[in-house]
Design a binder for this molecule. Sequence first.
Ligand code: GAP
Length: 444
Amino acid sequence: MEKITSLAKRRGFVYQSSEIYGGQNGAWDYGPLGVELKNRIAGAWWKEMTRLHDNIVGLDAAILMHPRTWEASGHVENFTDPLVDCKKCKSRFRADQIPQENLAAKKCPDCGGELTDTRKFNLMFKTHIGPAEDTASIIYLRPETAQGIYVNYKNIIQSNRMKIPFGIAQIGKAFRNEIVTKNFIFRTCEFEQMEMQYFVKPGTDEEWFAEWRKRRWAYYEKLGIKMDHLRWHQHGPDELAHYAKDAYDIEYLFPMGWRELEGVHNRTDYDLGRHTQFSGKDLQYIDQDNNNERYIPFIIETSAGLTRNLLMIFCDAYDEEQVAEKGNEDDWRTVLRFHPDLAPVTVAILPLMKKDGLAELAQNIRAELKEDYATDYDQSGAIGRRYRRQDEAGTPFCVTVDYQSKEDHTVTLRFRDSMEQVRVPKAELSARIRQEIKVYKRTK
Ligand code: GAP
């Protein structure tokens, strides 16, 4: 994880938040390459969950919601972690994440000091809206994006004439006052979620639950993720969230071990039932194709962390490869084997020399490719070094402009993964890259 964190910072993917002030725990900033990568991951998910489904639509709900939302959802009452502190070294632990014998003996796993009693700690960030800090103005930063979807479900049925089964997808920020934030961007206080809520007829929920598990697995396969680094974990009765009848996590083998990446949950009619009760509004679905049958839909939720997906994709892409045997550090290259659809930069254009009109020619090629691809341009240093810099950024294609280019209007196209190079007519470059992206298969 240290190598990942250091590469991410060095190449401008992720920086510590407020670093010049010593950093802010649980918060991270996404640099030039990081924001591109994050946007592409979000784009891939959005395409998969909305564009490829005729019956799933998008939403972007506000982070600040009426505080009753969180009473109805059960978060005010139930969204807690058990917390213990060490009286001696002042370390803070989640009681469910330290060895049970330490908890029973009230002994700190770090220093052996005495632990406090376990107390419940609500993870929602609470703040005030308006100038008066009285209880009437309490408001929460949403701990999940899902509730914004539930409170809009009737609006969307009416405005978009949705018929069950249908889904609503959303990507957005969520906030949790996590007790333990470590492992880089894995668990943070401010993060982004990509959630889809699928509204189904009661009785068909188990079938849809199985179907969405299948679809979400296939999604990661399509992104070229190492499938032996993914596995399912079904929640036991003591792990199930207060709203869930059944839940499976897709876990990824991160450098620190197997950890949750995404959850697929059968939330039953819990959420809409509770919002009916707390808002007094009738949230039943009226099935006009079936004698106006009325029911509260069941909800199948797929809930993935966007920032956690970014960490997974970064770890999955990271590779160190020996490319020579000269006995020096250049024998090795660090390469991020991102799927070309996700890579922050798709094509880098590199003139072999700055002089003799090669730089101008390369700039012209860049200008042509810019409309279709995220491009970079680099003219400084030896060409081998420049290739390595692009490998480290995960750029799948490099275009080299050399003296031959001036004569026969061809360029060199270099492939990141194989390091192979082919000569391509300049006029066919864009189409060739498009084709290469289409047929891309990760081989290493
Ligand atoms: N709406 C259901 C829900 O929020 P969750 O299992 O608590 O379920 C879903 O969260 C996903 O959100 C997780 O699988 C994870 O990818 C991401 N996530 C949750 N807490 C996170 C945190 N503190 N930092 C980063 N990602 C987090």
